[in-house]
Design a protein around this ligand. Sequence first.
Ligand SMILES: CC(C)(COP(=O)(O)OP(=O)(O)OC[C@H]1O[C@@H](n2cnc3c(N)ncnc32)[C@H](O)[C@@H]1OP(=O)(O)O)[C@@H](O)C(=O)NCCC(=O)NCCS
Length: 113
Amino acid sequence: MVSNKPHTDLRTVWVSLKKGADLIGLATLQFPSSEYKLVAPAFISNFAIKKAFQGQGLGSYLFEQIEHYCSDYGLRKIILESTAKNTAFWQAVGFVRNIQNPTVLFKLLPTKK
Ligand SMILES: CC(C)(COP(=O)(O)OP(=O)(O)OC[C@H]1O[C@@H](n2cnc3c(N)ncnc32)[C@H](O)[C@@H]1OP(=O)(O)O)[C@@H](O)C(=O)NCCC(=O)NCCS
């Protein structure tokens, strides 16, 4: 059957990291509706820390907040696309390359008891 309806009902949220009133980091997180959370991954994009604040652990902190959110929601996997320049960061926070497509990285989340 052909349908224009997406297989999963994706929700999109913007995640921001602020210092006082200043925006110093942001990311976009897309995740499936509850019905698909055990089979469909979350997708991170537009992940960035403002240049003056890079190298201080804030990227790791922002990702940890996203990871906790995904884990608490009951998701099993996070995926993203990375440039070669940023792959070391994503590997440092636990991502591994997809063998079929090395620009895609994924991280499996522990199963909730
Ligand atoms: C990639 C980025 C998000 C990392 O954020 P950050 O706050 O600088 O990263 P952290 O300080 O939390 O670094 C965590 C670990 O990642 C690794 N890492 C971070 N940047 C790295 C780099 N450029 N090269 C190699 N390793 C890097 C380090 O191992 C670091 O661990 P350490 O504590 O041992 O140094 C940030 O540099 C950035 O916003 N870059 C530009 C925007 C961009 O291209 N975003 C990515 C889109 S996918």
